[in-house]
Write a protein that binds this ligand. Structure first.
Ligand SMILES: N[C@H](CCC[C@H](N)C(=O)O)C(=O)O
Length: 279
C-alpha cells in the first residue's frame, strides 16, 4: 500500500487513494498515524476520484472524521498537482464541510484555498449555546476563566483570546475544552494573541489530534473571530509554531488562505505494521 507524506507548516498528513483506504479498518488508520508503531501523521487524507470533482475525506489520528482541514486541503491540492490531475488553473474540491476552490501556484510550493464563509452561529459548529452568535462566551477550564468566540469553518472552532500566548496552557487546557459538553461533536481550540491589526499569534489544540504545530482551518477561524471582534483588518498573517499563513477576507467573512506545502516522501507500507493487531 502506497502513502504520500506531506506537511503544511509542520502539520503533516498521509495521503492515499480511496482504493487503499478501503482496505483499512478505522483502528488500522489510527495505527498508521501513530508516531511509534505506524508511519506517524496528524491525519489521513483520502482521495476520492470517482466523482467529476475531486473529493477529500479527512481522518484524524483518533479515527474521527473531520468536515474540513485547511492544511489538508493545501496538501491535497498539491497531491493532485503532483499526480497530474490538475495544473496551475483554479479547481474545485469537495469536502464534507463544503466545496472549496484551490489553486497551486507556480513552483507548486504555495497553495491558495478559498475556505468558504466563517459562520458564527453556535448551531453551525454545533454547540448547545443559545443565541445567533457566541462572541464572548464565558468558559471555565482548569480553573481559568476564559472568554470564547465560536466559529465554524465547516469544522468547529472555539477561539480564546489571551493577552500573552502560553503554549503550555494550550497543551494543559486543550483537551478539556475540546470535550466540553456544549460541543456535541467536540471542537478545535485556539488561543490567540493579537499582535497588531495585521498579525496574530496562535496556539492550537486540534479535535482528534491534540497539540499541532499549525492548522489551516484554525488559522481561518482565529483570524475570523478577531475580525468579528474588530481587532484586525482584512489581511491577517497568522503566526504559529510551525510557521505562518496569509489569511484575507472578502464579502461577508469569505475567507481566503495562502500558504506552503512540502512533500516529504512516498512510502510503501509493510503489512507487518498491523501484525500485532487483532484481526
Ligand atoms: N482536527 C480537525 C481537522 C484538521 C484541521 C487542521 N489540521 C487544519 O489544517 O485545518 C478537526 O477535527 O476539525
Amino acid at each position: 500500500m502506497i502513502f504520500h507524506r506531506y506537511h503544511g507548516l509542520g502539520n503533516d498528513y498521509l495521503v492515499c487513494h480511496q482504493s487503499v483506504a478501503a482496505l483499512l479498518s478505522n483502528e488500522q488508520i489510527q495505527r498508521l498515524c501513530d508516531r511509534h508503531y505506524g508511519i506517524g501523521s496528524d491525519g489521513l487524507l483520502i482521495d476520492h476520484d470517482d466523482a467529476d470533482i475531486p473529493s477529500l475525506r479527512i481522518i484524524n489520528p483518533d479515527g474521527s472524521e473531520a468536515e474540513k482541514s485547511g492544511n489538508g486541503l493545501r496538501i491535497y491540492a498539491r497531491y493532485l498537482f503532483d499526480i497530474g490531475r490538475v495544473a496551475h488553473e483554479p479547481f474545485q474540491v469537495n469536502t464534507p464541510g463544503g466545496q472549496v476552490r484551490c489553486e497551486v501556484t507556480e513552483g507548486a510550493h504555495q497553495v491558495i484555498v478559498d475556505m468558504g464563509q466563517a459562520k458564527f452561529s453556535p448551531a453551525a459548529l454545533p454547540a448547545s449555546v443559545e443565541g445567533d452568535e457566541a462572541l464572548a462566551l464565558p468558559l471555565v477550564a482548569g480553573g481559568h476563566n476564559l472568554s470564547a468566540t465560536l466559529v465554524s469553518m465547516g469544522n468547529p472552532h472555539c477561539v480564546i483570546r489571551v493577552d500573552e500566548l502560553d503554549l503550555e496552557l494550550v497543551k494543559q487546557l486543550g483537551s478539556e475544552i475540546e470535550t466540553l459538553a456544549i460541543f456535541p461533536k467536540r471542537t478545535n481550540v485556539q488561543f490567540v494573541q493579537v499582535l497588531d491589526r495585521n498579525n496574530i499569534n496562535i496556539g492550537i489544540w486540534e479535535r482528534g489530534a491534540g497539540y499541532t504545530l499549525a492548522s489551516g482551518s484554525s488559522s481561518c477561524a482565529a483570524a475570523s473571530a478577531m475580525r468579528k471582534l474588530a481587532l484586525v483588518d482584512e489581511n491577517v498573517t497568522v503566526h504559529m509554531p510551525g510557521g505562518k499563513l496569509a489569511i484575507s477576507f472578502s464579502g461577508d467573512f469569505q475567507v481566503n488562505m495562502r500558504g506552503p506545502v512540502q512533500k516529504i516522501a512516498t512510502i510503501t507500507l509493510d503489512n507487518d505494521c498491523f501484525w500485532d493487531m487483532t484481526a
